[in-house]
Design a protein around this ligand. Sequence first.
Ligand code: AMP
Ligand code: MG
Length: 328
Amino acid sequence: MKRLFALLTALLLLLTACAAPVSRQDREIFAMDTVIQLRVYDRDGAALDRLEAELMNLSRSLSAEDPAGGLYAINQAGGGTDAAVADLVRRAAALSQRTGGALDVGLHRASVAWGFPTGSFTVPSATDLADLDNRCGMDLISVSGDTLRLENGVELDLGAVAKGHAADRCRAILERAGVSGILSLGGNIQTVGKKPDGSDWTVALLDPSDGSSYLMTLSIPGTKAVVTSGDYQRYFERDGVRYCHILDPENLSPARSGLRAVTVVADEGFLADGLSTALFVMGRDRGIEFWRASNDFEAVWVLEDGTVTVTEGLEARTSYENAEVVRR
Ligand code: AMP
Ligand code: MG
């Protein structure tokens, strides 16, 4: 009798949980060096808890600056064994090759020399940069199985892809739970599934000229990664020159490609994130050629003079009226 009662109670609890209505749930956390906003449509807070745990974990393990994390230890030791980092570096190497070297996860020492991780900004001398040249670049990094080898004191910096990868992991968690949502990790937006009312997601892109108002919205159906790299996200100014956190691997100096921002829309967060960084280095014209030779992303370029260019796949999705549209 007792057993039957317990069984009935359990069944009742299960039915109540299933019958609980889906409601909008928001949470804000600080991880991966940025404010992260999570919005899910769920019956309880379980999915949010799982997302938060995953993000805190990745934040530590993929940071080049957190002494408690795996990546930091690999940089200190000149290598090590770490399946997750090895996998990311292998994928980054493939994307680096595809982008003609514009993406390079071996530039940490150069970022440090400019002061980006610490905020103590300096313009390194030509001699400093020449010296750094021997200790930067993906050609000094090799991966075999789960083991990484860093030569000449090169250090890894996964900043260009870590948030996109984290968004992919979050997407998988939500998909497994059958929960839809929209996640904002700094410049990375990840949509998952359909909004409960069936309408498209609205993703707003910041105006690079002030970094606080919106330049346009994109209407996004279903699951996508929408990732922006811009010169307004982290930068300093010296003698009227703006130095941003995205470095050109060719000269280990802040990229000056005539762009204020570039946004990439793709199915995968890792790809969108890696490409947005690479496209920022390439500039618009090289970027358009690259897009024409690809079939796995769409893009928005915002030039220094304010001109906006979008690829044809976004023409009907942007609220911006005067964009130049590029076609294949
Ligand atoms: P994102 O904001 O995704 O464009 O990534 C920029 C971050 O990636 C910087 O803060 C650096 O940590 C790192 N980074 C800078 N330049 C590059 C580059 N050319 N390739 C790969 N990572 C870079
Ligand atoms: Mg990126």
